[in-house]
Design a protein around this ligand. Structure first.
Ligand SMILES: [Fe+2]
Length: 232
């Protein structure tokens, strides 16, 4: 099982603040049956150039790899914050992608705009980049987002949900409904720390399997493999 959304890479963003914290988070992932983790530190194009971000990421990866790591695969990525700058003027977005092809994207504004839809369609059609819509449960219920989500999904975008949404009494029903109705492609913990926003994907997977049966995550595993293939 692959965790597609994490802030485990040390000292990159508001996630892990040290190699020690990162290692503990990775061990927690491993204990829950996660054998590959996509490292997706926040990237805000209003504040930093892609090249600067990549240099920081490389240094953080090197620090982590030099430590005594649990046996698991680390895949570099990013979580791009979509703002009103848009995406078209950026020539090197591919470098932020998982396997050079899949780009995890969150939005600053909870209500998606036509410009957002058009920009993501542009990525798919003209840049050969597949957007992964991060934590769709945050946006799904707002305004016309559902319509945009379905259009993007039809165009090839992938949908990611956070484990956390399955783990609270208040959101569990909504989570299961969204998971099934929109055929969510990928799951992630979006973990930031050890004391809150923790690695919890394995626990959510158990809940999903208890609710829908063992095979319920077959589709998730398949999509994960598909994205993972691009990293080999
Ligand atoms: Fe995140």
């Amino acid at each position: 099982m692959i965790d597609f959304h994490t802030h485990i890479l040390p000292e990159m963003d508001d996630g892990s603040q040290s190699v020690e914290e990162s290692l503990k988070m990775l061990r927690l992932e491993r204990e829950q049956g996660i054998d590959a983790v996509v490292l997706t530190p926040h990237f805000d194009m209003r504040k930093e150039a892609v090249e600067e971000f990549l240099a920081r990421r490389e240094a953080a990866m090197a620090k982590l790899s030099a430590a005594e790591m649990p046996e698991m695969k680390l895949i570099p990525g990013a979580e791009l914050l979509y703002s009103n700058i848009g995406l078209r003027q950026y020539e090197n977005l591919e470098a932020l992608c998982i396997g050079g092809r899949y780009l995890l994207i969150e939005t600053m504004e909870p209500e998606w705009t036509q410009a957002f839809q058009t920009d993501l369609q542009y990525l798919i059609l003209e840049r050969n980049i597949i957007p992964i819509l991060a934590h769709v449960e945050r946006y799904y219920w707002i305004g016309k987002n559902r319509k945009i989500l379905r259009a993007l999904r039809e165009g090839g975008a992938l949908l990611q949900m956070n484990a956390e949404f399955f783990l609270h009494k208040q959101t569990l029903r909504k989570a299961m409904k969204l998971f099934q109705k929109e055929k969510i492609h990928l799951l992630g913990s979006d973990c930031h720390h050890l004391n809150f926003r923790i690695p919890n994907l394995g626990i959510a997977v158990q809940k999903i399997q208890a609710h829908f049966g063992e095979d319920a995550i077959h589709w998730i595993l398949m999509n994960g493999e598909r994205v993972f293939e691009s990293c080999r």
